[in-house]
Design a protein around this ligand. Sequence first.
Ligand code: ATP
Ligand code: MG
Length: 273
Amino acid sequence: MTNPITNETHPPMLQVSNLTKTFAGVTAVDDVSFDVLPGSIVGLIGPNGSGKSTTIDCLTGFARPDGGRVSFDGREVTGWRPEQLAAGGMVRTFQNVRIYEGMSVTDNLVVAARSLRRFTWVEQVLKLPHVTQHEAELRNEALSHLSLVGIEKYADAPAGILSYGQRKLVAFAMCLMGRPRLIILDEPLAGVNPTVIRRISELLDTLNAQGQTFLLIEHNVDFIMRHCGKVIVLEQGRLLTEGPPDVIRNDPRVLEAYLGNYAEYAEEEALHV
Ligand SMILES: Nc1ncnc2c1ncn2[C@@H]1O[C@H](COP(=O)(O)OP(=O)(O)OP(=O)(O)O)[C@@H](O)[C@H]1O
Ligand SMILES: [Mg+2]
């Protein structure tokens, strides 16, 4: 497959083929296929209920697809469990941030990373030197990611005291643990203020410039259009179209299915400010 920007040919990092998921008669994801090239930022957009989160639940092992295949880095990973996929380099955030409120912010990151390398029960109980060293490395890594996202001063605070926007940044930092190959973000901007939006925008730019690959679900269309090389549009579980932002922005079917809907939503939001 050829990257339209660099003209280089790379095999896709993620290849989704004919993915299907049904819930009690509702087909949430209907025969969806798409690719994500290494080093790209791919956007996944669509109206509420169009199947975006269910698609990534199926990719990341949080839901079992009823049909279709998922390949990651050339290996078929359909049906793999989330921790297997995370250990293989595919991680995600959730629309509703999942953190342990009673634990420190750093411990939340350390716990997120523990599943990447498992020690036996005996190794852990005896606190063997390589286990202790690994824990120390995880803490250092966690601190560097907290610093990158700009919340290092809360490293030792209980995560429960953080604001919603700060929790989103913790979720972002959690994803960075273990240097994943692919980061999937489910609505990273929802409910956060413009300062945090700017920070997340800068983080995407910085990490992508270092080669990090992202699959990004967002209702903030301007953000998607600014950051993504390719945009995939879902409508009622089906892939409506995909292409570069300029093409998607002007596609009448997309305007009808989603962007018109978004404009109404934005108007409503403006009335509530
Ligand atoms: N666990 C579930 N049980 C039953 N139906 C579900 C479940 N999860 C999702 N659905 C249904 O699947 C469809 C797609 O939902 P999904 O959450 O994937 O949409 P979405 O595009 O992420 O929407 P949003 O933009 O609101 O987050 C919806 O009709 C939803 O009601
Ligand atoms: Mg969703």
